[in-house]
Design a protein around this ligand. Structure first.
Ligand code: ARG
Length: 295
């Protein structure tokens, strides 16, 4: 009896430790840090925004008189956040939640906004080179990325999920062991799978990974939740389903990145995110583009 009890305790302890490690290993690990560092400003600005609706925006415009132009870098292969729309989008041919946010930022700051579309892997380098002013690309705030760039406060919460064909025996992340796993190169999903210790194949673009899944070569695609939902909707009839594992896949937060030390732009963007979060703009855009994605 006593031995049993002790074993139970040991197992429980082991499980707890294991869970903590896996949470830290996968995803942003930044879930509490950026919120902590920006909380004060956030609260203060939320209070301001409450008194006058455009308070945050005009403050941003005033403190950043020099910001008359923002070149945003993105990778427009990540619906519903950024994609190319043949019928025209929020900014030129570019549409999606992030593109609508960028457009609004330009309007509020009175700045001319343009989009530089490039590979996801090139975005942070382009930022460091000064080729672009900011990255808006559904980009997860991670400690690793924070070493080379600065992030705004989070504007969207996401998580990694698994897309499988209905009937594939994957109910949790651990079930991916021995399966053919597909990820997108440079995405946090790749880091997650790597940290879990599984072999995987990395694809350049989301749709390529989805094709591989539909063709039966891959068993599972690990990618961000909202994008996964979009791919599943787009491929109705292929019996694709989403499997979540909230224990293994930690919550991730998207932020806009700027060059390290570019506080003028960072402050202006933070004030904008603060305003657009408080007045529901971002939530509305997320709804709008998720609905559009289902049609
Ligand atoms: N959230 C993931 C990451 O930060 C994927 C972002 C992909 N974004 C894109 N525009 N392709 O790695």
């Amino acid at each position: 009896m006593k031995v049993m009890k002790m074993m139970k305790k040991a197992t429980a302890l082991f499980l707890t430790v294991g869970m903590i490690i896996s949470l830290a290993a996968c995803g942003s690990s930044a879930s509490s840090q950026p919120a902590e560092s920006t909380d004060k400003t956030a609260d203060a600005q939320a209070a301001d925004a409450g008194t006058t609706t455009s308070a945050a925006a005009s403050t941003a415009a005033e403190t950043s008189a020099a910001i008359d132009k923002i070149v945003f870098g993105t990778n427009a292969e990540f619906p519903p956040f950024e994609f190319i729309s043949s019928t025209g989008g929020a900014i030129g041919e570019f549409d999606g939640i992030d593109m609508a946010i960028a457009k609004q930022i330009g309007e509020d700051l009175g700045a001319e906004v343009s989009i530089n579309n490039m590979e996801f892997d090139s975005l942070l380098i382009a930022l460091q080179n000064g080729q672009i002013d900011a990255v808006i690309a559904g980009m997860t705030i991670t400690d690793e990325r924070k070493e080379s760039v600065d992030f705004t406060m989070p504007y969207y919460n996401a998580t990694q999920v698994m897309i499988i064909k209905e009937g594939t025996e994957i109910q949790k992340a651990a079930d991916m062991e021995g399966k053919n796993i597909a990820v997108i190169q440079g995405y946090t999903g790749e880091t997650c799978v790597k940290d879990l210790g599984f072999d995987y194949v990395s694809f350049k673009k989301g749709p390529d990974a989805i094709m591989d899944l539909i063709n039966g070569k891959s068993d599972v695609v690990v990618i961000d939740s909202a994008t996964a939902q979009k791919y599943v909707n787009d491929n109705a009839g292929q019996n694709l389903v989403i499997v979540e594992d909230n224990e293994k896949f930690a919550s991730e937060e998207y932020g806009i990145a700027v060059k390290k030390g570019n506080t003028a732009l960072l402050n202006a963007l933070n004030a904008e995110i603060e305003k657009m979060t408080a007045d529901g703009t971002i939530a509305n855009l997320a709804d709008q583009y998720a609905v559009a994605a289902e049609e």
